[in-house]
Design a binder for this molecule. Sequence first.
Ligand code: UD1
Length: 360
Amino acid sequence: MKVISVVGARPQLIKLAPIAAAFASTEHEHMIVHTGQHYDADLSDVFFSGLGIPDPDIHLGIGSGSHGVQTGKALAALDPVFLAEKPDWVLVYGDTNSTLAGALSAVKLHLPVAHLEAGLRSFNRMMPEEHNRILTDHAADLLLAPTEEAMRHLAAEGLAARSTLVGDVMVDVCLNVRDAVLAGRHPAPALPEGIRPDEPYLLATLHRAENTDSRQRLAMLLDGLADLPVPVALLAHPRLVAKAEEHGIKLARGAVHVGRPLPYAGMVAAVLGSAGVVTDSGGLQKEAYLLARPCTTLRPETEWIETLVDGWNRLVPDPSAHSRSEWIDIATRPAPTAAQGTPYGDGRAAHRVVETLAAK
Ligand code: UD1
């Protein structure tokens, strides 16, 4: 069996790591095509080296652009690759513009497409990720779902016959890296200046279009972070840096200390070292849950509803709608004492993905 994985953005590289490792233990041929949607070393290269992923076989170098330009460039560049390579499966990941381009190119060439992390829904039709995941699920031949909830969403859209529950590959990688971090096999993470690893801090990220594109909304969220009584380590995604500059908003003020994005093991270590997480990232919400740190999510909804059980994750779309003390109480609350279930599977999802592809 020959499988082509199409990746392009940071969260896809994290999911690719356990898949590439699972393929490496088999006879199957696995090719990696990187669209180049993320091109900064901080968002791309360090994930390949840090997670032991083989270099991409093909790099398309599409870069940034409007959704149409970015998706269209990837689509046009993927056609000749798929035609030349004739894979048995094209495997696309998550919900980025690269995911949609990979699925669309493959399906139009009558190549079988599998979607990893299928069935997630925010039901927020303003989100580019929601467009990408719905369109990809409906185009794909095989839907590899991470959770029971995702399976229910797929069934509700008439896609049950194409869906298989494999579990979440993020568990595979997160728990492996956690064990390596706890065993001291990774250097201490490069936290922002002013953050002391031996004193309580909150770890924050902010990058979603719906939180960064409007000046007013971004300023409100940053005011909320600046106002907290605990130091906040804000690991700034390039989109956040670019948008803050465009809006004339200063990131570092009050409690906020700004640093660069971290490689994966650094991120896991930074979560483990933190008192809690404040974020709008999907992946980080789940990493906080898996690493047993309370998370506050700056969005009105989450695709990962399992993290909300027992208050491990709390949704705060609008910190300014709360009184200052209420907001502080939420963001600095201690970890719940309730035991967690294993809604994201057993850490063997990647092997199940390879077995499922080979069996079809
Ligand atoms: C993308 C995904 C999002 C994912 C996120 C993770 C889409 C629609 N969104 O959002 O689902 O959670 O990646 O990081 O695909 N930029 C750089 N260097 C880079 C990449 C981006 O400076 O290496 C800047 C550029 O100014 C660019 C902006 O970030 O215009 C946005 O990048 P883009 O790839 O469009 O989407 P993300 O916001 O990163």
